[in-house]
Design a protein around this ligand. Structure first.
Ligand SMILES: Nc1ncnc2c1ncn2[C@@H]1O[C@H](COP(=O)(O)OP(=O)(O)OP(=O)(O)O)[C@@H](O)[C@H]1O
Length: 265
């Protein structure tokens, strides 16, 4: 199922059991920073190539869930696996591209888009010099996200949306199989938001597994295939087309639902 375009250099057949195993598998996971659980009894399985959005009100545990599945936190109970390996022991960092909220803001590094994207190759070259083939992959990734004209710009001089594209390109240069994005369009101007989701659609169509934590329910139902609605527990997990179910929304979001459904209710 890893059908998205890999580099020209690694087209060797990789028919292994990984095509059958889930990218992410959480089984009965509970976790709390204190004695009170923040997520409780969560079971989620995400297959290669899926486009899944996690939604939920503020403080519902979305970021915590993401840290658990990336292996940055260890469950108090249950198991979290990434590509079939215990998430906390997973060490093939290049396979997972992570785009943080407001990526790169606050960084004063005088670093260009091309230099950011180049970092995506580091796990492949062991921090050595990039070959001509590596640079081709870097430039292709920059082209894929529509940033060729900005390749030599410093990321500090870019808009929020452009910066997020640069961080996606870094993941593509690393040939990530899984892209995890934590509210990536916070602080991005509205015109750029649509283009950003269109880019995710293209990457998904190319075979990358996308896991998106998102506040904007309209974007979620328009773009993701599957929605997981979280508020400590999972309230809904199914096709995004079915996520208009007001009962599930009301249960999960309580009276705050209107503010998350575009203001109109
Ligand atoms: N490092 C931490 N230490 C203690 N409590 C934390 C920590 N991080 C989060 N929490 C608490 O855990 C709960 C869930 O937070 P989390 O950030 O996972 O929710 P979220 O759904 O991502 O919220 P938001 O949409 O506001 O980002 C909240 O009550 C939060 O205050």
């Amino acid at each position: 199922m890893r059908s998205h375009h890999r580099s020209d250099t690694d087209e060797a057949p990789t028919e292994t059991t990984e095509s059958e195993s889930p990218v992410i598998e959480l089984t009965d996971v509970s976790f709390g920073y204190t004695a009170t659980p923040v997520v409780e009894d969560i079971s989620v399985s995400i297959d290669p190539g899926e486009y899944v959005a996690v939604v939920g009100p503020n403080g519902s545990g979305k970021s915590t869930l993401m840290r658990l599945l990336l292996g940055l936190l260890e469950p108090d109970a249950g198991t979290a696996e990434l590509f079939g390996v215990d998430a906390t022991a997973f060490d093939d960092g290049a396979r997972v591209g992570y785009v943080a909220q407001r990526a790169g803001t606050g960084q004063d590094m005088p670093i260009t888009v091309r230099e950011v994207v180049k970092m995506g190759r580091f796990p492949h070259v062991g921090f050595g010099r990039l070959s001509a083939a590596d640079w081709r992959i870097v430039d292709k990734a920059i082209e894929t996200v529509g940033m060729t004209g900005f390749a030599d710009r410093r990321i500090t001089n870019l808009s929020g949306g452009q910066r997020q594209r640069a961080f996606i390109a870094r993941a593509l240069a690393g040939e990530a199989d899984l892209l995890v994005l934590d509210e990536p369009t916070v602080g991005v101007d509205t015109e750029s938001v649509d283009a950003f989701y269109e880019l995710l659609d293209v990457l998904h169509a190319d075979g990358i597994t996308v896991l998106l934590i998102e506040h904007d329910l309209q974007a979620v139902t328009e773009h993701a295939e599957r929605v997981i609605c979280l508020n400590r527990e999972i309230y809904f997990d199914g096709p995004s087309a079915e996520f208009t179910d007001s009962a599930a929304l009301a249960r999960a979001f309580g009276t705050g639902a209107q503010s998350l459904t575009g203001g109109g209710g």
